[in-house]
Write a new protein. Sequence first.
Length: 157
Amino acid sequence: MAKNKKDNKFSKIINIKNRKATFEYELIDKYVAGLVLKGTEIKSIREGKVSLKEAYCYFKRGELMIKQMHISPYSLAAHYNHDAVRERKLLLNKKELNKLEGKLNEKGLSIVPVRIFINNKGLAKLEIALGRGKKLHDKRQDIKKKDAKRELDRMAY
């Protein structure tokens, strides 16, 4: 019975996606990074109170940081709560950091947060992608493809 309780500890699946990222960017390479969190941030993430819409990644003194990721304050915390929007450090291998920093110097590439999830160990992870911004005509083609697929699905039923 004790084993059963341990399995249920992290049974709630958290998988928050940044849908805007796939529309705005052509994703080239994906990486999974750890997050440096403070205090009650992990509890808010487990409740699913995270927004990646305006978030972006950049390098600061050789370290990868994420800015504008909104983690709502934890409702049950008193005065020990965290800042909702602050820059947080991302944890990657040195090899991956060097590769990303080298590719970031190329014209038109940026690092975009794609989704945040909790792995099977209970740790918060952030999936980031190296992306190239789409042009307006690329976005229109994506919309046309989605509409055509939706019509085909309707016809099938």
